[in-house]
Structure formats: structure tokens, C-alpha cells
Write a protein that binds this ligand. Sequence first.
Ligand SMILES: [Zn+2]
Length: 176
Amino acid sequence: MTGRVCLPVVLLPEADERLSSWLARMATFYAMTVPEFLGELGLPQRDVFDLEWRLSEGEGALIAARTGVSEVALQAMAYNEFVPDARIMIARKNRHCCRDCPADVHRKAAALPWAFCCAIDGTDLHDFGGATLADLLGSARFDALHLHAKTGADLLNSWARGEGQGAFAPIECCSF
Ligand SMILES: [Zn+2]
């Protein structure tokens, strides 16, 4: 459809917010379901998780035209840079909670199984029962493992983005 104008109210995306999260917040604001809101953006029948996994330039342009959010910012909210094998790792919402982040904001990093601290404020994430990794392991063990866990998470983040291939061998069983 042509001649569509920018929506009157557009919520600003949060840092590292994923596209599905921002679209859900916008849909809630307009009292619509996500599929209804996608239809309003000119993307009827599009599954929001497929959309954020591989946002095409044309789709980015459509959303940019209706919301005024730049295509570059929209592409950064999608998972386009992730390798195909990583898709199964990406949960549909935050795997763990951050006490300092708004509950309705789902960040890209928080969908990944190896994230144990918030990418934005560094707070330890906790599971839905309230426990952090340090609670589960005990603080002495957590302190001993923390650097290894951080290194592992960094490697997995690189792997998910197709970076650093060949830079490290497959990780073998290691004992601490
Ligand atoms: Zn946080």
C-alpha cells in the first residue's frame, strides 16, 4: 500500500533490544496483537521470529518508513549476522531475568543460553526461581570459574556470528 505515513507514536528501541521485543511493545501500545501490528506495517502473514532472524532490506525499509527508526538500527535488532546453526540456540524471549532491566524488554544477548550476566549493566542474571549462577555454584566455585565462563561465552558469541573460525580448536573436556 502506498501513501502510508509514520505512526504518531513510536517507542524508542532499547540498547541491544531484539526486533520481536520492540514490535511486541509497539503492538501493546496500539492495543494490537503482534500479527495485527505487522499487518499494519505492511507485513501481513509474516512470523515475527522469522522476520527478526533474517530481516530483508525491503522489510527493513518498510518498517523504517512507518516508524522513522533507521534501517541500520532495525538491522541491528535482527539476527542477520548469526550463522544458520545458531538459530536453535535463540530462545523466543529472555532465558534469564535482569533485576535492572525493564521486564518487557528482551535483548538479543539474553536469548542465548550462555549469557549469565546482563550485556547492558553487567548485573548477574537470575533464573525464574530467582537464583543467579553464583547462587547455584556457590560463590567460591563461581569466582574460580568466572573467567573460564566469560571466555567460553565470548567464544560462543564469536561462533554465533561466524567470527574467529579456525582460531580455536573444538573444546575438549577440561577439568578444573
Ligand atoms: Zn540488565
